[in-house]
Write a protein that binds this ligand. Sequence first.
Ligand SMILES: [Zn+2]
Length: 655
Amino acid sequence: MGCAASSANRVAPESAIHAKPTAGDDVAPAKKFAEDDVEMAQEPVSSEPQATLSTGDGGARKLTILHFNDVYNIEEQAREPVGGAARFCAKVKEVRKSGANPLVLFSGDAYNPSLMSTMTLGKQMVPILNEIGVNVSCIGNHEFDYGLDNLMKLNAQCNFPWLMANVLERGTDLPYAGAGTTWIEDWNGIKVGVVGLVEEEWLETLGAVNVSDMIYKDFVEVGREAAAYLKSKGAELLVALTHMREPNDRKLAAEVPEFHLILGGHDHHYVSAFVEPHNNLMVKSGTDFRDLSIIEVEFAAGSSTEPKLSVERIIIDSSVPEDPATKDIVNEYMKIMGDKMDEDIGETLEPLDGRFQTVRNRESNLGNFVADVWRKAAGAQITILNSGSLRSDSILPAGIIKARDFVAILPMVDTTMVLECTGAQVVIALENAVSQWPKLEGRFPQVSGLKFKFDPLQPPGNRIVPGSVYLTEFEMEPELLDMERKYKTAVKEYLGTGKDGFNIFTECKVLVDAEAGVILPSTIKCHFIQLRVLNKWDGKKIWIRSLTSRWIKNAKTRSNVNLVDMEKDAAQDENKSYHHSKSTMDTQERTHGLAVTHPDTGLYCIAPKLEGRIINIREVVEDDEEKEKKKEEEEEEEEPEMQDGNDDTSLLDDL
Ligand SMILES: [Zn+2]
């Protein structure tokens, strides 16, 4: 198999600088680090000049490791330290030029979130990470933001393996997402073993993949097995490359003393510490190409245990010159991002009303659409979206939606928190949301999973009409919000931290924090991608790995039935368009306009409508449904005699 062949290739193993994993046989079952499937199948694709194996000091062996994690924006930022991939890469190349032959390790989170990634789905990170010369990486939660297929496609283009040893694919028991488990290599005469480990917490919150496809295994347990395995293969320096919170990294360090180094991501702060009681070194290297750790490892002459470890933090500010090759890649993608603005991303049958005078004043169909998609991706029962998030201030006409329209609506890369709020806390939040009405304040809400009435003539804090707040899960009867019960409520981090007067949210238990939460614009982008997939594969059996797929699939099944009916009808030369629009109306209702077939083309598009989610009781009701209800009520009032007459008739019939 590939492993054996590549092992034979490895005459001088430490020369495999750019080790490329091959698909299929590089995945080792995580539960057992068995003989055969151990080493990632390595195919050296370049043979860079070899560094000296040892650097004097009477035979002491030295190794330099470069570590970083959580990188999002490849272009430099406005404030110091400005970071940017070009400066970062220049620093890495500087270390490399010094003759150190560093091992470059990355702890995950690259494909999202950034404005560029909402256009490219993270594609720009592949050439950047390759240019940096990453040797091994660990998968992070944001790699999954645009779905499993996207992650696997991008990972396959990287010149290095992505590890994640403790998540398996249900059914096959192979590592999830085609990940590798361990990596072992001679580097400067030191045999280095690396395992990739993640925590359960963020795994449970992934919005764009199906979590039920995964089997999570405890990172300490798998870490222990991996360490034993790597040692059995002769590894002298053991490294856990992780994507988890600091307390979990510390736990791993304390419970698996075999790891000399715990190199982590997921947190964005910089921290390095020798962790008690074993004094293994834990490092987390900040974020966004602003920080780089240089870790020096030294084994004393004749020793292959207890390496001396030290770490230096390098800050990437504007004093670091830019690497021209990386800068070219950055410029190329800045241009691609510009070009992509003209691409079609979807279609709407309804004009989408994003005017401030609408979204900051009343229910808007655009607000309903965004809130619905976002809530589903976040796995929440309720969403309160502050309308200040919707930035376009215009009506997007029915028709094709361009990428630039989408970016105009949601230009901010907003993070999500999922909170546990009681019904009473939800009402307090809604009170704040409508407290400034009629001022066009960004705190005015657009909601999903909820409907309520407010009375603007009441004083602020007292405007929500008692007994008017209902929970409205799709395809279920609305139920009165229970003041005591706890509801999973998705809000932007901005609100979750108490901004815009939403102090109440700081009192709620955090179920999913901002780093683990879904990215608002990414969830909308994913929704359009799913519709496109449906359009491409319509009529065939498909499997979309997404939480939102379930109800889109419902709509699809339903509309397929209608399509069959329509074909029959067409054969009988009946009015085709009537049936088309009937089907469209049907799916509009069932999916709240999130997945509707176009009456002419049959392609999936969106058609969100006003649904009476937010009712200002002092305003003339304009909603169609309400209008109809009102009309019915009026008719009932006007025709009491006729009803009596009907009743009489039925009585007579019974007799
Ligand atoms: Zn993360």
